[in-house]
Write a protein that binds this ligand. Structure first.
Ligand SMILES: Nc1ncnc2c1ncn2[C@@H]1O[C@H](COP(=O)(O)OP(=O)(O)OP(=O)(O)O)[C@@H](O)[C@H]1O
Ligand SMILES: [Mg+2]
Length: 259
């Protein structure tokens, strides 16, 4: 068994008096997708920002490979819910940005940018600006920018939440296809239980205030995951399992409020 790519141990984070989460422990393998679900405000975005090194943590440790995370490190890329594109840059310039920030030489940028634009299905839109594209296309562009640096860790914060249901389904399978081609360690935060079960090898359920890991559910569905996966009885079972775990949490939260 190879060493995990990401190791989070005893992690705690507070914003002043607000303790967001505590005692978070989990690993992500070099070729593994871990989905994280949990109620709004439980700290999912905060957790990703800590792993990305954008936010300091207060307790515990984060390791990416053999590097301890205290600031952003090379090889970790994040995809945001609201695309995070520069409105004044074209697709080509947006995709090149990550590489430029990583200090890639000009020749490498010129070679890679078209390659990744093609990979996410945006060929022909190289000179388009974000306002000229649909939400799904903008998200593809954000994905291309993250993938172009060939990260070995991909952090996804509800990347498909802002697109319509049909586009979302298309993007989920596109992401799976890309991941099969170029597997990475991936943490995928989502509010969609279906999405978590479809994409994840494991689903982590965060709960409580401060939150911590309530349950980790292994998703033992065959790979590669395809549209067929959605029709498997096991898929429905696992979806129910995650759903009931989350709903139990929601009821407990209500109970605490009522008292
Ligand atoms: N910069 C900040 N300063 C103070 N409090 C913050 C800050 N960012 C987030 N919080 C608080 O920390 C908690 C966790 O926020 P976070 O955005 O991580 O939740 P989340 O699980 O991603 O929620 P959602 O599912 O709605 O995206 C919330 O109570 C939020 O109000
Ligand atoms: Mg969030």
């Amino acid at each position: 068994m190879t060493a995990p790519r990401i190791r989070v141990s005893g992690l705690g984070k507070r914003y002043g008096a607000l303790e967001v989460f505590r005692n978070i422990d989990f690993d992500v393998g070099a070729r593994e997708i871990v989905a994280i679900v949990g109620p709004s405000g439980c700290g999912k975005t905060t957790l990703l920002r800590c792993i990305d090194g954008l936010l300091p943590h207060d307790a515990g440790e984060i390791w990416v490979g053999d590097q301890r995370v205290t600031e952003p490190i090379a090889g970790v890329a994040m995809v945001f819910q609201h695309f995070g594109l520069f409105p004044w840059k074209t697709v080509t310039e947006n995709v090149a940005y990550g590489l430029r920030m990583a200090g890639a030489p000009k020749a490498e940028i010129e070679r890679k940018v078209p390659e990744f634009i093609k990979l996410v299905g945006l060929a022909g839109f190289e000179t388009a600006f974000p306002y000229q594209m649909s939400g799904g296309m903008q998200q593809r562009c954000g994905l291309a920018r993250a993938l172009a640096v060939e990260p070995n860790v991909l952090l996804m914060d509800e990347p498909f939440a802002a697109v319509d249901a049909q586009t979302r389904e298309i993007l989920q399978f596109e992401l799976l296809r890309i991941w099969e081609e170029r597997p990475t360690a991936m943490i995928f935060v989502t509010h969609s239980i279906e999405e978590a079960v479809l994409l994840g090898h494991r689903v982590i359920v965060l709960k409580g205030r401060p939150s911590s890991i309530h349950e980790t559910i292994t998703i033992d569905l065959p790979e590669p995951r395809t549209r067929e996966t959605l029709r498997e009885p096991r898929f429905a079972e696992l979806r129910e399992r995650v759903w009931s775990t989350l709903m139990r949490e929601a009821r407990e939260a209500e109970f605490v409020l009522e008292r």
